[in-house]
Design a protein around this ligand. Sequence first.
Ligand code: B3K
Ligand code: ZN
Length: 874
Amino acid sequence: VTPVRLGDYRRPAWSVDAIELDVDLGIDATEVSSRLVLRSDTGQSAPLRLNGEGLELLALALDGQALDAHAFRYEGGVLEVDGVRDGSVLETRVRVQPAANTALEGLYLSGSREHGFLLTQCEAEGFRRITFFPDRPDVLARFTVTLRADRQRFPVLLAGGNPTGVGELPDGRHWARFVDPHPKPCYLFALVAGRLENITRDYVTADGRAVKIVIWSEANVIDRCHYALDAVERSMRWDEHTYGRNYDLDVFHVVATHDFNMGAMENKGLNIFNAKYLLADPDSSTDDEYRAVEAVVAHEYFHNWTGNRVTCRDWFQLSLKEGLTVFREQQFSADMNSVPLKRIEDVALLRRTQFPEDAGPLAHPVRPAEYREINNFYTATVYEKGSELVRMLAGRLGQEGFRRGMELYFQRNDGQAATIEDFLGALGDANAIDLKPYLAWYAQAGTPRLHAKSEYDAVAREYTLTLSQQTRPTPGQPEKVPVPIPVKLSLFDRDGRILPLRMDGEEKADGAERVVVLHKAAQRFVFKDVDAPPVPSLLRDFSAPVVLEYDYTPAELALLLTHDPDGFNRWEAGQQLALLAFDTLNDSVDSAACKAWCEALAALFEDRQLDDALLADLLTPPGEIELADRQSEVDPSRIHAQRQVLQQRLAAHMGADALLARYRDLSAHASQPLDAASQARRRLRRRVLELFALLNPERAHALAATQYETALGMTDRLAALGVLVRDRAPQAAAALAHFRDRYADNPLALDKWFTVQAQVPGEPALAIVATLERDPAFTLKNPNRARSLLGAFASTNPSGFHRTDGAGYQLLGERLVQLDALNPQIAARLATAFNGWQRLEPMRRVVARRALETLVQRQGLSPNLSEIIGNVLQ
Ligand code: B3K
Ligand code: ZN
């Protein structure tokens, strides 16, 4: 496969003014008739080329005339037609086979042949599996869609746009028509047909449009859609209020399916969701899952402006919609829940997923320069790092400046396919600031290292901070340039008081927090009137996605952990201190760092001033993946063991009695409501139980068993099950059997049953996974199920997966081959678990390489999987 290059971009030679689709639906065979009104770009003379993948061509006519065989060619996924003129009308009729479509891209069947329903997934390039079309995001067309089907089998017929009519057809069939007034790229097309129930809400937008919000699902889960319906409404209000964006159609449909490759899809007017991110009820969803539903609902809704009304010129600009929409989603979630907790969650996610990606063979810029398989580029870098870049820009412009910039961005680009330059241009122009230097962030892969050094001059009462940056080479980018790094900072005195700041050249002190921007490789920043060497709090709120290197003493970090008024910065100081403690861990005595960490946390635990959820996060050291990311000869079992020891030291400092007392206290309040205080209590209760289990496993397991039995909701139930299963407690088997039975008909809950077992640390995990693969409920055909077992094992259980005998790699390799034949996107995604193998200690490195080389030699792998394996191996 030859790569597609950003530098090769050309405007489309042909575009489509309007498309009329007529879809005659059937499970085994669906016929799609299309009528395209074509527009030629005057500057270019090229034959008409349309994409089409696996389509059975039944008829083809140009300007009303059937075309004979030598007037067109259909090969290699392209239909080339001769004799097309500006304004020509091309009609095609094709047949596709939904039930045979296991890749879940294009038109496919969700569920069983008897009861399931039909739906589509087009982004990135699925529309070409439905009909012939210029399948690229810069071709925006007006869609009119007519669906026809048997009324009994497909009582509900949905497509994006406004409904304009329904009617009867002979033989028990019916039709429904939808017109979308907003031109859109074909990746935003969607249809759904089958037996579905709905719940609805009437909504009036700020600009006065009456909108019907409708959530659809299969009958047995419709009761679990109410939370999502509320979340849609909250998202609509928030976008009106925060960005002045109103919804722009008469109906907003949202559909849940259990068979979906990713989280959800923002199709215009017809969002389709993985049920995992739409259904929520206390009995089967945890608090974290509730928040994930709210966030994904908001994310897809926000795409209506950032993605749909303003779309991407080409797929290299993917982060234009994804990074920006993740940022908007994060802002929304923070507003709905808690600003510091959300920031902690997002930074932890970035470090766990994006930093390792950026540090290994899969590293790529937020705007890649080339790709082979675009579906492989829906990555943590494009999404999460992309969001961090928007956050930096927003921070640079301030709340009002950013809003002004966004207004201009919408105004200039509404109805258009835009680029990252258009985005930076609008934000900059609205604020008379040149943001071009930030383009380097989009073009350059790798996480910059920000080095900081303090100097104090007692005579001049001056504190000097020297910042410098360095980015290591990444594949294809040996040389790196400096990027602008905004560093938000404060200074504290040795008693933990935050200091007013006066920088060199300023008349008087102004506030206690500043953003200094490092533009060059190195720069000095001087602060005046500083009476004694201060403790700097650097990169507050994680003001740039970099790795900070500063020689803090344990006492300085403990001071920040204890005194910083901002929850996120406190957490960050605690994380840095935990890393120091981890690095200095030894068998006998506690290191100074370990002591400082444990003592500071034990004091915060006693003191009861902190929010329970923040406290729970403070009591959690960086995870195993993050710890591994800092090492060059990674031994995942050793990391797991040492992290356990570290937590044990913490628990010991806190004391078994104190932990038990707090657990009891938190249990007394155990109840179900979703309010922040109850969620926070459940979060801390779980953390306290986990820590207690490190001191007194027997007692903790008895408590966990009781908690499991008496739990009123999934959060407490799964927390207890997790402790029992991970510790392989005697009570685990009974609890697992109970759970298996209780949730036999609830696939989303059952996924958690697979996951919790796939995460058992160390040696036993492989046999557990192998046994679970034989469970009748296990199947590779359902992406959620495959991910819940194999993804959880390979990507979230380092000590279980990375075995010295290579059996983990072998198992994954074999499943990837099987999965690839069914669903290449899912196979490619799971294969990224091999990322980082080059930095494993030698024994594991050898067996990992062997597994990868076996894989790469397999004939007939999909382009998706071969690209990932090939890149990982290099
Ligand atoms: N835009 C979709 C992702 C499509 C992935 C295609 N392989 C969901 C989202 O980011 O909102
Ligand atoms: Zn998105």
